[in-house]
Design a protein around this ligand. Structure first.
Ligand SMILES: Nc1ncnc2c1ncn2[C@@H]1O[C@H](COP(=O)(O)OP(=O)(O)OP(=O)(O)O)[C@@H](O)[C@H]1O
Ligand SMILES: [Mg+2]
Length: 208
């Protein structure tokens, strides 16, 4: 694999999309060819699965159903978009990846983490990011940012979950980072955007 695969993780409203945009611009200025993508989604079919996942339904959506839907969209995304870009030597930036399933479905919903990992290994064929930037932030602050001004529409299914759910997700992410300190870089996402980006760049630059 010739390219570099970097993922952004963290709770809702932690600044993933904002920081990914800043990083893409910086890398572009350096003359690198960058592909920005997101999960769930990234290909037309995977984006359709995203709509299923974020919509509200008149029935309880089971955790196991979520695991399979995320994994199905990920299988399309990895093979249809991420791997071809990496083979072409591009820097691929993804807004969320497998760690989101481990944090939300595993730690958040309480599903067996081993099961979540196995299903995802099948979906990705074992593709692992070179670097995962974990934007860490108290869930109260993330939710406040997500619901802040300039935000349109109703909260999605995950934004509606209670604070305890979001606390488990945060702790889950931190636990994942403790287990794989070589791949994860924990970024303090509480400060202003340029301060957060300084930490992002410090983590990314050695890879280039
Ligand atoms: N460092 C920051 N300080 C204050 N507000 C910020 C900061 N970074 C981003 N924001 C604002 O917080 C909101 C959420 O940021 P952003 O959409 O980048 O987060 P996200 O992690 O992608 O969220 P989601 O998981 O909901 O997609 C946006 O309105 C954004 O402008
Ligand atoms: Mg976002």
């Amino acid at each position: 694999m010739k390219g570099i695969f970097i993922t952004f993780e963290g709770p809702d409203g932690s600044g993933k999309t904002t920081q990914m945009g800043l990083l893409a611009r910086h890398l572009g200025l350096r003359g690198l060819r960058v592909l920005c993508t997101r999960e769930p989604g990234g290909t037309p079919m995977a984006e359709a699965i995203r709509q299923l996942l974020l919509s509200s339904w008149p029935e309880q959506v089971l955790g196991i159903t979520e695991v399979f839907l995320y994994a199905a969209s990920r299988a399309q995304h990895v093979r249809g978009k991420i791997l071809p870009a990496l083979e072409a030597g591009r820097v691929v930036l993804s807004d969320r990846f497998v760690d989101s399933s481990l944090a939300y479905q595993g730690f958040g919903r309480g599903l067996d983490p081993e099961l979540v990992r196995q299903v995802n290994d099948l979906a990705t064929g074992g593709l692992t990011p070179h670097l995962t930037l974990l934007l860490d932030l108290p869930p109260e602050e993330g939710l406040r940012r997500s619901r802040g001004e300039g935000r349109h529409g109703d909260p999605d299914r995950f934004e509606q979950e209670d604070l305890d759910f979001h606390r488990r997700v945060r702790e889950g992410y931190l636990e994942l980072a403790r287990r794989e300190p070589g791949r994860f870089k924990i970024i303090d996402a509480t400060g202003p955007q340029d301060e957060v980006f300084r930490q992002v760049w410090e983590a990314v630059e050695p890879l280039l």
